[in-house]
Design a protein around this ligand. Sequence first.
Ligand code: ZN
Length: 408
Amino acid sequence: MPQTSLTTFPTAPPAVTATAPPAVAAGIDVGGTTLHVALVTDSADVLITKTVPTEPTPQTSLETAAAVIADLCANQGLNITDLTGIGVGIPGLVAPDGTVRHAVNLGIGSEPYPLASTLAALTNLPVQVNNDVNVGALGLAFFYSHHTLEMTPEHYVSHINEPSGEKLADLAYVAIGTGLGVGMILNGRLRQGVIVDGEIGHIPIDPAGPQCGCGQRGCIEMYASGSAAARLWPHGKEGEHAAAALFRAASAGDPAAIAARNTFCDGIATAIRVIVLTMGVHCVVLGGGVRDIGEVLMDEVKRALERDAETSRFIESLDLISRVDLVPQGVPTGAIGAAALLLVDLTQPLPTPSAMAIRPASVGVTAMEDGSSVQDGTAVENSNAVRPTVTAHPTATAHPTQKGRCDE
Ligand SMILES: [Zn+2]
């Protein structure tokens, strides 16, 4: 059962004197079993977040989400009518009118469900809905466009310390969850295809490979995804992420696990190669469930990219390693991107950092339902209630100062 948690983020001091209150929108990131809700400003500051379990039906999940948003507004001294609107990022097929199909996380099947209009009716606010992978890419780009990330061992750790507009204008977010999907920011704008986009996981790379659920054989996501990890290494503990189990066994020296881990990372490297070869993006940012593996994942993906470069001067010249990064530690990019659906004009390029006053991202303070809170990774009251959702990434403290993967 997912824990309910409430997280507040004091906003960083504004670089210039504000003359008007910031626009604030709510973002909802629909996960496998939870709704991650955040209030986000038009400067990509996260004011407060709360994570609650999904409900048995889409209607009850949306009612819960509406109640959470009202709670968060009250906590921040806002009226819900002050919000610019509500954005939702959801794994599923989203039509331009905000109806959704095949969103199993909310119990939505092949019949179109009017998600946007239902939530709008519950809250009397504008609602925008988009695919979770697109929203993840938008959240990354929106966050990077306003913040430096070189700080805080616990919360905001990134390898992109000096983002430049030119580099971040072309960015691919690779969501490696059950499958593998890619969201892209091209020329500063979210790329949105017709019916399909970013389904790089279904590019076949081995005609003799295992049968994919899409009907093809040897798709990339048959090697580089959570479900692939479970197939390659079906020996994990109950409840453990398959890829985490695979990496743990490989780190312990199991030869079969090492071979399986290499297959898995070769698959991710192939996805990165395909993305850069086709789109030429500066930055390829890895996220999704496997992100929690952390630096070990980065190390092994880099080794796989090195293996590719060893046999091809052409691939070597692309310097793929310098382009790869992990989603920054503890930044709720899904919820930020969902809110950004209301806060940015998707027809225009995102503001570039060079045109903005870049500010440090703020250090999070976590306030729990039971009244306890934590700040800077130190429990203030109840040490048992430390950061249930934003800091489940133990590798961050071990690598707080690495820099520059995407900088070159
Ligand atoms: Zn496929």
